[in-house]
Design a protein around this ligand. Sequence first.
Ligand code: 4AD
Ligand code: MG
Length: 436
Amino acid sequence: MTEEKIPTIQIADASKYVGQTVKIGGWLRQKRGSGKIVFLQLRDGTAFFQGVVAKADVDPDVFERAKELKQESSLYVTGEIRKDDRSSFGYEMAVHDLQVIGESHDYPITPKEHGTEFLFDERHLYLRHLKPFATLKIRNTLIAATYEFFNDEGFIKMDAPILTGSAPEGTTELFETDYFGEPAYLSQTGQLYAEAGAMAFGKVFTFGPIFRAEKSKTRRHLTEFWMIEPEMAFMDQEQSLHLQERYIAYLIEKVLERNDQELDLLKRDKDRLKSYTKLPYPRISYDEAIELLQANDFDIKWGADFGSPEETFLANHFDQPVFVLNFPKAIKAFYMKRHPTRDDVVISADLLAPEGYGEIIGGSEREVDYEYLKEQIIKQGLSLDEYGWYLDLRKYGPVPHSGFGLGLERLVTFVTGEEHIREAIPFPRMTHRLRP
Ligand code: 4AD
Ligand code: MG
């Protein structure tokens, strides 16, 4: 076969070329072999597989080049695709020719075990390895499926600004920056803008980066993360909860459909994941949750927010994602709707994921009464100047509306079964990490 007729393909498509000679551009992950044969572990960004270079079948210089290859050298390999039932991928290449594109020397992430801090110091390289690859492919499915779901449901994607003049989720968690001489803050939620959008387009969602300067050093907190914030006009909290559980079940189904190999790589229990697509999710009121916790020896009083042990207990108790409804007003944001008969709670819900992953969604119905909302803004020490535009939404044709925020990385961590949220984003930002 002449050079021009050899198709250049990607590893992921290898199954379509069994028995054919193809060319693939990729990188060398690892290599082993003897004097007669070299096994090249290759990757090209779409998948991982093996190239076999047999001394007897190739030119001597091709075999020499294969033997000399170093970890993460880039190369073209040309050869025949064949079935390989011993590997989980199922195919390999019998390499006939090999061209080095770029050399690599002393690649730092050697095949031995490395500590987590080291791997994250080398995150720009670590992205090439199996675990980040699988995790971030699943993240990509969750992003794509989010757009699909909301498009199908008639939502408009509406971007909220990242530079803002105000702090709707409380003043302690802000990154401040200088905006031509006046203070500005990196957005800690897109919600208020989403509410303006809902009054214009009916159903919208924002999906952007969120910044929180909280000094929480937990396995669930990032200082920069991505949030999906749907906001729906003419929807009450009950309708919003239905939408939320359908959305989560849809996302998990899409990952099960599209990321079988990645889930296997991460050793995620797929039957367990599948069980989280069963609806409806259980619901429990905040009051009941407190009673349940107290009955199980938690030292917690009505009015307190849940920490990680409480969230873990509650969701494990149901072995399903569980909605906790109607939190105390004192621990929630000013915009949440009053309870019709109680003064001490608001119409809100957090969705807690099982297996210790904690809160993945926070949401509520929104207060629409102008005077009441104005009072809440004043009570929480927020500036009426900053929120005048938001109050306008209650001045000109207010309607019942609800919304929620899903933390993308919390969800990725849960779906992939990772231990720590830093795995769920390409370049994590945490209290002690700003680089690379
Ligand atoms: O509960 P939160 O603070 O809700 C809001 O910001 C609302 N404005 C959302 C809305 O109603 N539109 O955050 C929502 C979600 C949490 O449930 C969690 O999944 C995630 O955002 N989250 C974080 N993820 C990673 N690191 C952090 N520091 C996070 N803080 C919140
Ligand atoms: Mg919350």
